[in-house]
Design a protein around this ligand. Structure first.
Ligand SMILES: C[S@@+](CC[C@H](N)C(=O)[O-])C[C@H]1O[C@@H](n2cnc3c(N)ncnc32)[C@H](O)[C@@H]1O
Length: 225
């Protein structure tokens, strides 16, 4: 377990080229700039980030992720708006195979004036030719239907905690015991906890000090149990 507090674009520079088996990550979906490298997140908190984010992240971060992966093998939680960018980067330019997985929430916020409900999150999966998928009939479904995890959000004081069972299935399907998984936008550390339960090594980066402390504590608690 290697947990790093800082901007992932800067910190990824310290990760060896071709050392990572799998990236599972959940970048901020949309960030508005507040100038001078300070970005306002959807949850209204501000972060100082070297990583210029357009629709959540930009090509520079993706280039760094491609550099550190042994072969492209990456899951990115994303919004509908980011899908064309990801298809262009991974499929058109790098000729990867891809899938789009979905997480449907059964209890979305009831805001639907002149638009559809915000009840679906997407997980874009890209893998270079030759990268294997493992897992089973039980772990390889392409959709999840669950209530939004309000309890975990409160417990870990983070607005976008992802469901543990989804992360565990992604890790099972795309890595082996002892492989190294990277999450450069670790948040409250959900990917790290899933790696512990599936016996994978983990590198996590988080820029926000409070969220970083939460992730460290969450992962330490699982290690101690
Ligand atoms: C959508 S959240 C991830 C939530 C996580 N999946 C969980 O279950 O807790 C994205 C996280 O990325 C962090 N972040 C934003 N910009 C970053 C950067 N440049 N480097 C590292 N972390 C960053 C945010 O502070 C936020 O906690």
């Amino acid at each position: 377990m290697q947990l790093i507090n800082g901007d992932c674009l800067e910190k990824l520079g310290g990760v060896d080229t071709h050392s990572i088996d799998l990236v599972v990550t959940d970048p901020p979906y949309e960030i508005g700039t507040a100038g001078a490298g300070i970005y306002k997140q959807k949850d209204k908190s501000y972060i100082k980030s070297l990583t210029f984010m357009s629709n959540g992240f930009d090509k520079t971060v993706l280039d760094e992720l491609v550099r550190v992966m042994k072969k492209i093998n990456i899951y990115i939680f994303c919004s509908q708006k980011q899908i064309p960018l990801l298809i262009n980067y991974f499929v058109k330019q790098r000729k990867c195979n891809w899938n789009l997985l979905t997480w449907h929430k059964t209890n979305p916020v009831p805001a639907c004036g002149n638009k559809y409900l915000s009840d679906t999150e997407y997980i874009f999966f890209a893998r270079e030719k030759g990268v294997k998928i493992y897992g089973s009939y039980q772990t390889k479904r392409t959709y999840y239907l669950t209530p939004s995890n309000v309890k975990e959000k409160k417990l870990y004081n983070h607005p976008t905690v992802k469901p543990q069972n989804i992360l565990e299935n992604l890790i099972t399907n795309s890595s082996k015991t002892g492989d190294t998984v990277l999450d450069p936008f670790m948040g409250s550390g959900s990917t790290g906890v899933a790696c512990l339960s599936k016996h994978r090594d983990f590198i996590g980066v988080e820029i926000n000090e409070e969220y970083f402390k939460t992730a460290k504590e969450r992962i330490s608690n699982v290690l101690r149990a």
